[in-house]
Design a protein around this ligand. Structure first.
Ligand SMILES: [Zn+2]
Ligand SMILES: [Zn+2]
Length: 233
């Protein structure tokens, strides 16, 4: 359920360490090696970050074990919790279920679907395929349908409010449908380079800019925390 600021006693926006469940390293099209990405977000006030590089069947088996390895190493040596994830990107909808399963089998703790932004030719049906396949997050779902938002609510799949240029054009629509249907939202940077990541100053403003109340940021971070809890982190 999306609840606005109801269940987080004692946590204020300013004291909330950021959780960001969608970023890219140079294992796809990001600028940073995972260790630098984690170090930079750690100094920016992050509590946890998922590295979710772009994948299809060509590189899934290359990416996931490497992310799992570096996450294990970094989690033993520094304070930011690192989640090895993947973003299935422009995968034809019919192929998504098998790749979600394969990603998990390979060790991905978080599976993000590159949703139907309005600024790219993402195949129609991608959002639905991700929901049906039990992905964790539909990233930048664009002009998703009311029916898909209802499915997200029913199945506990999170919808993304994004800081990413272009992808963020439909944040207001996504927020509105989440409020209507009870789907849960998370705020992610989709960061590819230094300067893209969330800050404690900007993050609540992005949430507010999506048409949500100013204190909804705390709720979205609580939703992200629920994903970490589900992962045992
Ligand atoms: Zn994406
Ligand atoms: Zn992305």
């Amino acid at each position: 359920m999306f609840r606005v600021g109801t269940d987080l006693p004692g946590i204020s926006v300013l004291s909330t360490l950021i959780i960001d469940l969608h970023t890219h390293s140079f294992f796809s099209d990001g600028a940073l090696i995972p260790s630098e990405l984690v170090r930079r977000v750690g100094t920016a006030g992050y509590a946890a970050v998922a590295i979710t590089d772009h994948a299809d069947s060509s590189n899934l088996d290359h990416l996931v074990p490497r992310m799992a390895r570096v996450a294990k190493d970094l989690n033993a040596a520094q304070p930011v919790r690192v989640i090895p994830g993947i973003e299935l990107t422009h995968v034809p909808p019919d192929l998504i279920p098998a790749l979600v399963k394969k990603a998990r089998d390979l060790g991905a703790r978080l599976v993000v679907i590159h949703g139907e932004t309005i600024v790219e030719p993402v195949a129609s049906g991608t959002n639905r395929a991700g929901l049906d396949a039990g992905a964790d997050i539909i990233a930048h779902p664009g002009l998703l349908s009311l029916e898909d938002a209802r499915l997200a609510a029913e199945r506990g799949v999170f919808l993304e409010i994004t800081a990413r240029k272009g992808h963020s054009l439909t944040n207001g629509h996504v927020a509105k449908l989440a409020l209507e249907t009870g789907a849960s939202l998370v705020l992610n940077s989709d960061g590819h380079a230094p300067g893209d990541f969330l800050t404690e100053d900007l993050a609540p403003k992005i949430v507010q800019g999506a048409g949500l109340p100013s204190h909804a940021f705390v709720q979205l971070q609580s939703n992200a925390r629920k994903i970490l809890d589900r992962l045992g982190l």
